[in-house]
Design a binder for this molecule. Structure first.
Ligand SMILES: NCCC[C@H](N)C(=O)O
Ligand SMILES: NC(=O)OP(=O)(O)O
Length: 307
């Protein structure tokens, strides 16, 4: 039987995504109470990072340990992947020894090709096209801090990038309305926007976009791999900085989210993370709890169906 993978949010049903929120919150509570929960004893996660990471690496590694298992950091620099061993061959070998593999990479096709040859679940830890693990944490955070997100309005600010694509998928999967506010030339994936139908629209004017917003989320203007464009992008995205004044125009209960790392003075004003409407530290911590739920779901699916 081929394993379940988690490459985009479309790999789970809405009911499964709801399960992950519930289980993530439960695992968080157990940890806060100091109660051990170790369903993945003896299980090993491989983690291939072709790009830098703080939150993804720490949360997956700590998460596996807390669940009773362990995690291996695999840098392409030190493995044969970096010397040209084919992805398919690497996938066959690594998945024969590991219980799941998380990959952070550039081309999304690296993930799909690896998954096609893997006998263990593959998890997308960020590609140029998607960042679904971040959305698990974001959705858990909204639930904890504000309640159910169904039919609420979420505004994505800035670049129509990998995070934006995962927000578009989330709009459909979790049932909220997404407004993307981006400068011309940085629109989100057109095919995904069509797929989302009436759940997603573009409103370029930031002040108009935030009317009635329950969530405002943004991200770096130059993603990993776009470093050479960083200076030009600062000019191109001028006018799309999220500020306290912009939050004042949204719903009074608006929640500000940012996947981090943040760049004060660029996509956000210097004081934004300290604003009481910001949920970014809870959001960052929830990477741990949400992904523990995901690891359990993928590695020990029998536990989940017996919930
Ligand atoms: N830490 C998440 C970073 C997300 C960003 N769009 C990137 O791909 O660099
Ligand atoms: N949000 C996020 O993915 O953070 P890292 O890049 O630090 O893993």
């Amino acid at each position: 039987m081929s394993p379940r993978h988690f490459l985009t949010l479309q790999d789970c049903t809405p009911a499964e995504l709801e399960h992950l929120i519930q289980r993530g919150m439960q695992l968080k509570k157990l940890r806060q109470q100091g109660i051990a929960c170790e369903p993945l004893k003896g299980r090993v996660l491989g983690m291939i990072f072709e790009k830098s990471s703080t939150r993804t690496r720490v949360s997956f590694e700590a998460g596996m340990f807390q669940l009773g298992g362990s995690a291996l950091f695999l840098s392409p620099r030190d493995t044969q992947l970096g010397r040209g061993e084919p992805l398919a061959d690497s996938a066959i070998v690594m998945s024969s020894m590991l219980d799941a593999i998380m990959i952070r990479t550039f081309a999304h096709s690296t993930l799909t090709e690896f998954a096609a040859h893997s006998s263990a679940p593959i998890i997308n830890g960020l590609s140029d096209d998607h960042h679904p693990c971040q959305l698990l944490a974001d959705m858990q955070t909204y639930r904890e801090l504000r309640g159910c997100i169904k039919d609420k309005t979420v505004v994505w600010f800035g670049d129509g990038n990998n995070m934006c694509s995962s927000y578009i998928e989330a709009a459909v999967q979790y049932g909220f309305n997404l407004v993307v506010s981006c400068p011309e030339g940085f629109d989100p994936d057109a095919e995904l926007m069509r797929w989302a139908g009436s759940r997603a629209q573009i409103i370029r004017d930031p002040k108009q976009a935030v009317q009635g917003a329950h969530v405002i989320s943004t991200d770096v203007w130059a993603s990993m791999g776009q470093e050479a464009e960083a200076q030009a992008r600062i000019k191109q995205f001028a006018g799309y900085q999220v500020t306290r004044e912009l939050l004042d125009l949204a719903d009074p209960q608006v929640l500000f989210l940012h996947c981090l790392p943040a760049h004060r003075g660029e996509e956000i004003s210097h004081d934004l993370l300290e604003d009481p409407r910001s949920g970014v530290w809870t959001q960052a911590e929830n990477r741990l709890h949400a992904q523990k739920a995901l690891l359990e779901f993928l590695i020990k699916p029998s536990l989940v169906s017996n919930d």
